[in-house]
Design a protein around this ligand. Structure first.
Ligand SMILES: NC(=O)c1ccc[n+]([C@@H]2O[C@H](COP(=O)([O-])OP(=O)(O)OC[C@H]3O[C@@H](n4cnc5c(N)ncnc54)[C@H](OP(=O)(O)O)[C@@H]3O)[C@@H](O)[C@H]2O)c1
Length: 355
């Protein structure tokens, strides 16, 4: 491939594997964009889902993918992008960037254009594979916890790893998922006591991320146990359903809220089905975008350039879940990775390395 050519992984319609095609690299960058050579892609459940099922907010043909880590090749002329320089190692949330000027543009390309605010400089101690686990799952967790339309908790003030405790608790349902792993760390960094659910095989993993207490979501008494524990602790500031599907995860989260004294808000990573929310409980699907700048731009831009960059530099934030790298390198490995994601994962993120 010449340096004037990009390659992208296209999803032309549902029900077919992705196709790799070439396109020219843009000659100019808009204002505060940076141009990045991708070294690793992180794969999310939605990337795999839209291969087989249409979603209303995706129009085919499209370039899927959201999560990348790589090196800066060019920096746009705007003042904000000047905090980056050529050669910087970065992670970035590629969805919502104006890369290549094509509709539905996403991360699965050899080169991507990133909005400066959705990119984070990463330390040398973090591999590209580790860095690629973060963007979408951390953005979703951050929006659920700190977004004004969701739990609206005060975000972390410092990245030092020793936040003063608020005396309030948060429940993360699905603490071993990629979204949950980051929700636990963010909630702890913001000073909240964290209760989490996962399978027993992941208890140590979830406790290692900072959860104070962990419960098996498959237990017949999990709702009772959580209600008892949360009520004993005092104020529950919110519940985040960070894994599972509507019936097996949204519903029990709503039941916990219903039985708690404060009826805390339930932010849901998955769609809230009609009839699942009891009287007196407020539950809402975490989703939204602002002005075409990509979903969660407000909270993500604040977390990425502020807390996350500093916490990664200080080593107070873990790359979680751990990356599992597929055998095939380059865009040719994306389909292999998506096929693994379709089978389901536990406490790991499927990552494809570029080289
Ligand atoms: N709204 C959004 O913008 C947004 C963004 C990203 C993701 N999502 C959605 O959020 C969910 C999590 O995404 P992800 O990337 O974090 O997924 P993931 O890492 O692939 O999730 C796998 C984990 O889910 C856990 N899990 C499965 N069923 C569960 C249940 N009933 N209760 C609790 N935990 C359960 C498993 O835990 P154990 O192994 O411990 O059993 C497993 O570790 C997905 O449904 C995804 O589509 C939504």
């Amino acid at each position: 491939m010449s340096t004037t050519t990009n390659r992208s992984f296209w999803q032309d319609k549902t029900g077919v594997p992705g196709t790799i095609r070439e396109a020219p690299i843009p000659s100019t960058l808009v204002e505060d964009e940076i141009f990045v050579k991708v070294r690793a892609w992180g794969l999310n459940p939605v990337d795999a889902f839209i291969q087989d099922h249409p979603l209303p907010f995706f129009k085919y043909p499209l370039i899927p993918g959201q999560d990348i880590a790589g090196t800066v090749e060019r920096v746009g002329p705007g003042p904000h992008s000047q905090r980056f320089k050529v050669g910087d190692r970065v992670l970035g949330y590629a969805m919502g960037a104006s890369a290549m000027g094509k509709p539905g543009n996403g991360a699965f390309q050899d080169y991507v254009v990133l909005d400066h605010a959705l990119a984070v400089k990463i330390p040398d101690s973090l591999s590209f594979a580790e860095a690629a686990v973060f963007p979408l799952c951390l953005a979703t967790a951050g929006h659920a916890l700190f977004g004004s339309k969701y739990l609206a908790l005060p975000p972390p003030k410092a990245a030092s790893g020793s936040a003063p405790r608020t005396g309030k608790s948060v429940l993360i349902w699905g603490g071993a998922s990629a979204v949950g792993s980051n929700a636990i760390q963010l909630a702890r960094a913001a000073g909240f006591e964290v209760l989490a659910t996962c399978s027993p095989r992941n208890f140590d993993y979830v406790l290692g991320l900072g959860a104070d207490k962990v419960f098996d979501y498959n237990s017949a008494t999990v709702v009772d146990d959580l209600v008892t524990e949360l009520d004993n602790k005092g104020v529950c500031a919110g519940i985040f359903q960070a894994a599972g599907m509507t019936g097996d995860a949204v519903a029990p989260c709503c039941q916990v809220s219903h039985r708690l004294r404060q009826k805390p808000f339930v932010a849901c990573a998955n769609v809230v089905p009609e009839g699942a929310v009891p009287e007196g409980v407020e539950a809402k699907f975490v989703f939204g975008g602002e002005d075409g700048r990509g979903i969660y731009y407000d909270t993500t831009s604040q977390l990425f350039g502020g807390f996350l960059e500093e916490a990664l530099r200080l080593g107070t934030y873990k790359a979680a879940p751990r990356p599992e790298v597929v055998r095939t390198r380059g865009l040719e490995g994306i389909q292999e990775g998506l096929d693994v994601v379709k089978k389901g994962v536990s406490a790991k993120k499927i990552v494809v390395l570029a080289e």
